[in-house]
Design a binder for this molecule. Sequence first.
Ligand code: GTP
Ligand code: MG
Length: 366
Amino acid sequence: MSVGVGGAGSKLASLLDEGHATIVDVSGVELEKVEAISKIRAVAHSSKAQLKGSRKDPQIGREAFQSIKNKALDMIKGQTVFCSTGGGTGNGLCSVMLEHLSGMESISVTEKTMFAFVVPYAQRESSDFVDNTISFLEGPVSKAIDAGNTGNLIIFSNKVKFEQRIPEKTYNTMIIESLNHFLSIPIKGEELKQLDGNIDYEDFCLYKTKPYFNHFCQFDYNQNLPFGKQLKANFNELLLEPEGSIEALFLLELPNADLTNSFYSILDYFSEEDVSPMYSVLYNPDLKKPLITVSLLYSRKPLELVDDFNAISGKHKRNRVKKSLDQYVTLSKLEVDLANEAEKVWKESHTEGDEVLNVLKRIGKL
Ligand SMILES: Nc1nc2c(ncn2[C@@H]2O[C@H](COP(=O)(O)OP(=O)(O)OP(=O)(O)O)[C@@H](O)[C@H]2O)c(=O)[nH]1
Ligand SMILES: [Mg+2]
């Protein structure tokens, strides 16, 4: 069962669990809008926190955590937590959750929490969203990675949403569909005939508890083309691009059992990358072409992520300042008569007047 925190988080968790998720928000209005099995209102005592949520201020989300502290830490055990990194509620509440997890001695495998974050597209979204994201990655996410007490971290980006002008609801469905490609790996293993390899439910759960970023994608596999090239060309564009992977798994579904040994070239690719993936090859008569689902676990220092965001955020801010200057400040044209000014200066400083005028003439100012 998943847990959605804040606006975006609640909508995504509700989609994944078809209305059976637990959702948490500071805003009663937002809680009402989303279907869920359990709705938890976090309360912040600051007067700013009424009605419309945390107004993009993570400090209010942090403050509100105190009102749900015991419940929250229990509720996320072994679950998947969704939140956006840009707003105040999801960011603030999840920051404290991550900090609590980071401070714990150790967490058993069954109690590890997987986190799915939605980061803003800095070229189009407000700089508050971008700045909140930077603090979130630099602080709580960084600590959590160092402590190793979370499960997989999944970072969805809103880039494609804005670039391709996709309606929010459609985009959320795309996000959840792509996550379901990954999550249904062990379910397919139980439903379809196994041809080679095996990823059982336990292996899969263990994989989800590793504290690394997870990039997953799915595409039609052509056994006559190099696997590495196909993989790169089919990276999941809803997720941040992965770095070199530490661990991996893949599920290959074949419409024809004669193709079974085509998975060996995939193993060759991973062996060159120094990774020994878990894999499963299944017979799926409903398909026309072989279909592969790949997951790569990789470690990327949050500071590198932050560097990317800083570069964009800096540019974004400069543009904003420039725009507001253009809009609100009209400097009256400063007209200076250089000859008069020069004369004033030489009179005040008792220098030779002609000398000053000659210099000005030489450099083309007169
Ligand atoms: N993909 C996607 N992004 C969303 C959705 N709703 C909000 N966002 C993004 O999430 C960020 C804003 O965060 P929200 O989740 O609305 O904020 P919140 O956690 O509720 O916090 P406050 O409303 O500030 O209290 C921005 O980057 C939005 O573009 C959604 O349904 N889908
Ligand atoms: Mg909100």
